[in-house]
Design a protein around this ligand. Structure first.
Ligand code: GLA
Length: 412
């Protein structure tokens, strides 16, 4: 039997019935969403606030996944550590070197402990951690809050205590905990459980929750972790960067010193985007106060990639100790303006052109949220040019590009 409704006229009672149905469905969705938020809040109420004192500014580092996926080994990671310590990245603030999925052996040892793959990591993970520390860097590792990692290696679910102790013994400074094979066990149980066991080791370990933004992590993760993924996996293309950007709208209120929204790791330098697009990607992540985790092969970095990842002015926006995530103040379709208030009273202002043609873009100081001033001093964070303006912040912005300024209100 056909069950659809067919309405001929706009004002027919049939349309009114349809409208009423739509309103009822939307109301019930709101009620369900509200109830689910309450459940999440209630679930985290019993969890003590994370007080590991870490990540006062968004963590910066490098992770193996975007460049190497599962193809990682000891020598390659040591070479990356050497490169990171000497090519300017460490000096620019990148300090965590994180090995992602596939560092593990397929089985735990006889004592039930995790061990590195003996073929690819013959000296063991502790020796690798020592090497990384000897370069003045910090060591990060990946695991999953499930029975397996996404690539099928042993997971930490139901082994949290012994795994946290293993990590602490090895000298791990940062743990990324993924969400694969989670067996439907509640995220609070899984992630708060690991947090408790990490804290119990007494070692300061940045806790990075990788739950892909599935269960509104910004509602519960700030109490549990130092950062939480707000999205699925980034891809090395402009479309992916724009999808992720759109998913960040409205999340700024959940971030702050010690706890950050994580729109996933950087793709800068991996070859799938133009230099203009990579500059935009990096600038956007900085205005979002996102963790800046480079994901390219640091052993072979072009000058263009280096100049993006090491742009100190843009990094300073990300790392600003006021710790406020930027937000969107204007949206004219392809043209958007994002701003981020900074500790010295200045503001970062980013003009984004998503369109396929270059465009002149303008925003007033007031619309950008700047306090009233006699004039404004502006620094272009890419060209490094400075200028004065009475009111308008204006720039020609390339297709898929940004103009990014730091703007200081001046009164004399
Ligand atoms: C998931 C994560 C990625 C990466 C892979 C590893 O997809 O979201 O960031 O860690 O697993 O398998």
């Amino acid at each position: 039997m056909k069950s659809y409704i067919y309405c001929k006229s706009k004002i027919s009672s049939c349309w009114k019935a349809l409208l009423a149905a739509v309103i009822m469905i939307s109301m019930s969705t709101v009620v369900v969403a509200h109830a689910s938020n309450n459940i999440q809040k209630a679930a985290t109420d019993s969890v003590p606030n994370l007080q590991n004192g870490l990540a006062k500014t968004p963590p910066m580092g490098w992770n193996s996944w975007n460049a190497f996926h599962t193809h990682i080994d000891e020598q390659q990671i040591k070479d990356v550590a050497d490169a990171m310590a000497t090519n300017g990245l460490k000096d620019a603030g990148y300090k965590y070197l994180i090995i992602d999925d596939a560092w593990l052996d397929m089985q735990r040892n006889k004592k039930g402990q995790l061990i590195g793959d003996p073929k690819r990591f013959p000296d063991g993970i502790k020796a690798l951690a020592d090497y990384i520390h000897s370069k003045g860097l910090k060591f990060g590792i990946y695991e999953s809050a499930g029975t397996k990692t996404c690539a099928g290696y042993p997971g930490s679910l139901h082994h949290e205590k012994e795994d946290a102790q293993t990590f602490a013994k090895w000298g791990v400074d940062y743990l990324k905990l993924d969400n694969c094979y989670n067996q439907g066990v509640s995220y609070i149980k899984r992630y708060a459980g690991m947090e408790r066991d990490l804290i119990a080791t007494g070692r300061p370990i940045v806790f990075s929750i990788c739950e892909w933004g599935r269960k509104d992590p910004y509602q519960w993760a700030p109490k549990i972790g130092n950062m939480w993924r707000t999205t699925g996996d980034i891809q090395d293309n402009w479309h992916s960067v724009m999808i992720i950007l759109d998913q960040q709208v409205g999340l700024y209120k959940y971030a702050g010193p010690g706890h950050w929204n994580d729109p996933d790791m950087l793709e800068v330098g991996n070859g799938g985007m133009t230099t203009t697009e990579y500059k935009a990607h990096f600038s956007l992540w900085s205005i979002l106060a996102a963790p800046l985790i480079a994901g390219n092969d640091l052993r072979h970095m072009s000058d263009a990639t280096k100049s993006i990842l090491e742009n100190k002015d843009v990094i300073a926006v990300d790392q600003d100790h006021k710790g406020v995530q930027g937000h969107k103040v204007l949206d004219h379709g392809d043209q958007e303006v994002w701003v981020k208030p900074l500790a010295d009273g200045s503001e970062a202002v980013l003009l984004l052109n998503r369109g396929s043609e270059g465009a002149f873009m303008t925003v007033t100081a007031e619309k950008a949220g700047l306090k009233k001033a006699v004039y404004y001093k502006m620094k272009d964070l890419w060209s490094k040019r400075t200028k004065r303006t009475d009111d308008l912040i204006r720039a020609y912005v390339r297709s898929h590009g940004v103009a990014m300024f730091r703007v200081w209100p001046e009164s004399n």
